[in-house]
Write a protein that binds this ligand. Sequence first.
Ligand code: AMP
Ligand code: GLY
Length: 420
Amino acid sequence: MVNVLVIGSGGREHALSWKLSQSNKVETIFTAPGNGGTENNVPLDVNDLDGLAEFAQKNNCFTVVGPEDPLAAGIVDKFNKLNLKVFGPSQAAAQLESSKIWAKNFMRRNNIPTARFEIFDDAQKAIQYVKSIDFNVVVKADGLAAGKGVIVCNNDEDAISAIETILVKKTFGDAGNKIIVEERIDGIEASYIALCDGNVALPMASSQDHKRVFDDDKGPNTGGMGAYSPTPIVTDVLAKKIQEDVIEKTIHSMKNEGISFKGFLYAGIMIQDGKPYVLEYNVRMGDPECQPITMRMNFDLYDYFVASVDGTLSSMPSLSWKEQFAVCVVLASDGYPGSYPTNDEITGFGSISNDTIVFHAGTKKSDGKILSNGGRVLGVTSLGDSLESAINNAYLAIKEISWSNKFCRTDIGKKGLSYF
Ligand code: AMP
Ligand code: GLY
């Protein structure tokens, strides 16, 4: 039996802890810093690499890193040096997410399908470029900006204002020292996530996120307002194409460049005319995609994490998934993705039925109460025999839960329904 330390405090980390706790090889799960739903919380920041290493060493933990920041800061390299077992990519491999410019250049030199792009550090040159082209663009800050450094533009004015926001006003700080201006691709988005061990990539069940804050994909981008799995948008034919042309090509090209990719590789895909284009890489599980995906897992996730670390995924049995659909609706606090109130008491957890799990994200426990403590607060995740029934189950459960500033999208999963 081993102890597991899950690093992070979101819905993703609650879902990972929930699934790992079902393994008969796992003794105690610690979460750092965790949230109001996770057990055995350790009050260490995700960026306190020394403190986390010391804790893992003292408590003999296998460590699972949830979010991108510690991965980009080299937590895996640090733990490896100390002979601590840790699941996730190295700092070099994490560049796929930590520098969008690195990722775009990597895709360009390895012929991985992505939107054409130019890189700028000078606002005037970027503006000149935008005026000289006849297609719409997306302007992206190079570095990590908590999912907010991407501005999708409808015309030249939008693009000029985006360039100024990132390069001149420095709204995203140093993450915006350089920008990418890339062609806007209009199509359908899906998340494709695979578990990798440096050589082999086992695909997770397909999923689709809902990035915009309001119904019908209106309003600004967020970390994700809800997700469901599987998605009919990723047909078997398309899945094969993404697996071969994107995922396997990525890990093999990384290997050729001397970098072993271990951990979750997430490709944000835009599908246009049946062809997949990579919008972005993440080097971790998606949040909220993780919640419906873990709910459908019929295997011991801990075993697969160990195999990823040990490079033995090729000898593991193929992954088995519940036939059912799973839908996660994110409950957020008014104002998100901007500023929002916190410390509202949340009630109604007692009346949730068996086919639903309420994963916590921005919550904390205080005097036996659960209080809101973030923008995305809960991820209500339900199973159902059809996509429609999973959606209904999630929205029924949501009615039970209340706090004064709760809001959610009312159309999570709807995009998938039109395919049946
Ligand atoms: P990213 O963080 O790069 O995935 O961008 C966040 C969101 O911006 C994506 O989920 C898309 O909705 C949108 N986006 C990014 N790049 C493009 C693009 N080239 N064309 C259209 N939309 C995009
Ligand atoms: N849901 C998108 C992300 O995790 O980045």
